[in-house]
Design a protein around this ligand. Structure first.
Ligand code: ZN
Length: 724
């Protein structure tokens, strides 16, 4: 093995000499403009050797990947010995796949890294194939583990982001010191039920930053919606961690029949320089280019402006819908979205004949004739009690076995919630695939929203593909009218169900090119990179007042493209015109869905909304799609001022959304801008004329800052800037 001569590398504030091997048969290097990885195939395990950023600062990883070393066959624990198979391994500039094999039991493991774009992070996955002729059980294989060498005196901070599930928490975006002795655990699922005294769920991603001097970061995220977790722990000279499926509640095990494979959730690992927003700007662009749907992004009207029928609640009907469609078209909105209330019953996804005597397709056609797209709310994994043909009836013996547990004879569904079926069951998955295809085709949909709890939580069935539950560690409880199971197999249940969900949506996209998919899942509980790879936008919270919308946007926009982040704008007290604009704009930083009966707006509100919608299309949307985003204030608290800056570096223009909270005293505020070219001068345009338009230097905007004055609480301004 050849070694480079001792090269100098930056390592946690110290230039040190590091011996790095040359690329050879057992070595590989993958590189993007931002991140370089050196990889080594050891005889019995692979290792990520080092992670290097664009300034050639390097992190050395001192542990090999821990591969599963036992399996269970016929209830016996059998040792696995992995051996590197060089001839089966592949390596080029885009992909490295090191293959390991075990002779008995006969298994093949592929340890893969990929550069899917010329910039941003690298992706990693481990696949284990059962080539034996026996069924076997695998224990948990983590997606990744690392042990970075870090000097004890290096000051580090960690950033992580909570989901806006239900209502955003008081903190949301967390930045914490990461001293020696620090231990952290972050979990994500499709449930996000914060139990008392337990931390909230996170968007499965973390960032670690050297906090003194030049800012440099590395970040790690998980592209999977099932039960996952990230851990980090700082020792005296190291920073250790893991990411992948959540082993709790355990013990985790998953079945592999002969010929089957287990794929760890894909993780991505990258580095950046210059702070969290720079990392976010890289990551958002990478998510768009690598995970995003090109058909969606190629539509210049994405993100669309939407009117949702929930403004009128469950009482929507044909006349109400058509009236709202007419008004939506008049306002210049681009899609009409029928929310819950249109169907015969839960699990019975056919139009209620009393409310929609001419069906749903005729309403969709009406929207189409007025130039609008048409979207529909469906909670398509829910079974209930309807006996109409085509419905998913929980008492049907076939369907009964798809449920996560038997429901008692006196069980009744709620108005729009039933009992979740386990999509991991092949027959259930097939039914769901047909059902969503039918719904999209028959109802002429341009957008399908899924809500409710799509992925089963635990399951007490012993004849499903996932592991059976341990009976000593199983708890069945009832919440929101449904039965839930907490058991040792919860992670494996979610693993199978999420993969089925991804397949269903991949097929749906194939069959209906251009169809938009909204992930709602009870409002902000399924905001993760796996969803980002299989759908087009997220509901980021289930609470829709201006502060909740801005808070949830502030948080999620650190890691996901703004265009994908949907804010539902709900009725809110707006005694004055500026309050009305404040309410609208609090939901206008990404994807905006109005959830109010716009026909109840007065003439002035109507005119204001129409003008804002025009402004969004002409000036805001291009920036939301293309520009970099900077969090130029602390997180919104509803009292003080807050702001978001978009800046497009090529066209050298941008906008600042400035909000004054309820403060009675602070009538002006100054925001230091970010990302401008220091030498330039900029034309400032105050959209609401809260100040005179003027020319300023970039230097002033970035140091002294942009001063905004708003005389009244709960008001806003949009300040456009353009290079002169
Ligand atoms: Zn099940």
């Amino acid at each position: 093995m050849t070694l480079f001569a001792n090269r100098l590398w930056w390592l946690g504030f110290f230039w040190i000499a590091v011996e790095l091997p040359a690329i050879g048969q057992n070595w590989a290097e993958l590189r993007t403009a931002d991140t370089t990885l050196q990889l080594e195939a050891g005889p019995s395990a692979p290792r990520m050797v080092s992670l290097t950023d664009a300034s050639r600062s390097i992190l050395i990883n001192s542990c090999a990947e821990a591969l599963v070393d036992t399996v269970e066959i016929n209830s016996q624990v059998v040792k696995v010995q992995w051996q590197f198979n060089q001839s089966a391994s592949r390596s080029d500039t885009r992909r490295v796949a090191f293959v390991y094999e075990s002779q008995s039991p006969r298994l093949r493991l592929t340890w893969e890294w990929q550069a899917r774009a010329a910039f941003g992070p690298l992706e990693h996955q481990i696949r284990i194939e059962n080539l034996d002729d026996r069924e076997l059980w695998l224990p948990l294989q983590d997606s990744i583990q690392f042990r970075w060498r870090v000097q004890s005196q290096t000051a580090l901070e960690q950033v992580y982001i909570e989901k806006g599930a239900d209502t955003p928490s008081a903190l949301g975006t967390r930045r914490v010191a990461l001293p020696v002795g620090y231990k952290w655990h972050g979990a994500s699922s499709t449930y996000a039920h914060p139990k008392e005294n337990e931390p909230r769920e996170i968007i499965p991603w973390l960032l670690v930053e050297e906090s003194g001097g030049a800012k440099r970061e590395w970040y790690l995220g998980i592209e999977f919606s099932g039960r996952t977790r990230l851990n980090i722990e700082r020792g005296a000279e190291s920073l250790n961690g893991t990411a992948g499926l959540n082993p709790e509640p355990g013990p985790f095990r998953t079945r592999l029949e002969r010929g089957e494979s287990f794929d760890t959730p894909v993780v991505f690992l990258g580095t950046s320089l210059g702070g969290t927003d720079n990392a976010g700007n890289l990551l958002r662009r990478w998510v768009r280019n690598v995970l995003g749907n090109p058909l969606t992004w190629n539509n210049p009207n994405y993100p669309l402006l939407v009117n949702n029928s929930w403004g009128g609640g469950m009482s929507v009907n044909e006349a109400v819908a058509k009236n709202m469609i007419r008004d939506s078209a008049d306002l210049g909105l681009e899609m009409f979205h029928v929310d819950a209330g249109w169907f015969r019953g839960v699990g019975d996804w056919y139009p209620n004949p009393q409310k929609f005597p001419h069906g749903i397709a005729s309403v969709a056609d009406d929207a189409h004739q007025r130039g609008l797209k048409f979207g529909l709310w469906v909670d398509w994994t829910q079974a209930a009690l309807s006996t109409e043909p085509g419905s998913l009836n929980a008492r049907d013996p076939k369907v009964r076995n798809w449920l996560v547990t038997d429901v008692p004879p006196d069980w009744k569904p709620e108005e729009f919630k039933g009992q979740t079926i386990d999509l991991g069951v092949p027959e259930a998955k097939e039914w769901a695939q047909h059902e969503v295809d039918r719904i999209v085709t028959d109802y002429h949909l341009d957008m399908l929203e899924h809500d409710g709890y799509l992925v089963a939580q635990g399951c007490d069935r012993t004849d499903h593909p996932h592991a059976p539950p341990d009976n000593w560690n199983k708890c069945i409880y009832k919440a929101w009218g449904s039965y839930w199971v907490d058991s040792s197999n919860s992670t494996d249940v979610s693993y199978h169900a999420v993969r089925a969900y991804y397949d269903i949506y991949s097929n749906l996209r194939k069959n209906h090119p251009g169809l938009l998919l909204e992930v709602c899942n009870d409002g902000g509980r399924m905001v993760d990179f796996g969803s980002a790879a299989h759908a087009d936008y997220f509901s980021i919270t289930d609470t829709y007042d201006p502060l909740s919308n801005r808070s949830a946007f502030y948080d999620a926009s650190h890691v996901l493209p703004s265009a994908m982040l949907e804010s539902y704008v709900e009725k809110w007290p707006t005694p004055r015109a500026e309050n009305f604009l404040y309410m609208l704009r609090s939901g206008m930083m990404g994807w905006m869905t109005i959830m109010m009966d716009t026909t109840s707006w007065n003439h002035e509100q109507h005119a204001m909304a129409k003008e804002e919608i025009q402004l969004y299309k002409a000036q805001l949307r291009p920036l939301i799609r293309e520009a970099d985003l900077y969090h130029i204030s602390s997180r919104p608290d509803g009292v003080h001022w807050d702001a978001i800056e978009y800046f497009e570096p090529r066209a050298e223009r941008g906008v600042v959304y400035a909000f004054r909270g309820s403060t009675q005293t602070e009538s002006t505020h100054t925001f230091a801008l970010n990302g401008l070219k220091r030498s330039g001068t900029y034309q400032l345009r105050f959209h609401d004329h809260s100040a005179r338009d003027r020319i300023v230097t970039a230097r002033e905007l970035m140091t002294t800052g942009l001063r905004v004055r708003l005389p009244r609480p709960n008001s806003s301004e949009l300040v456009f800037l353009e290079k002169r």
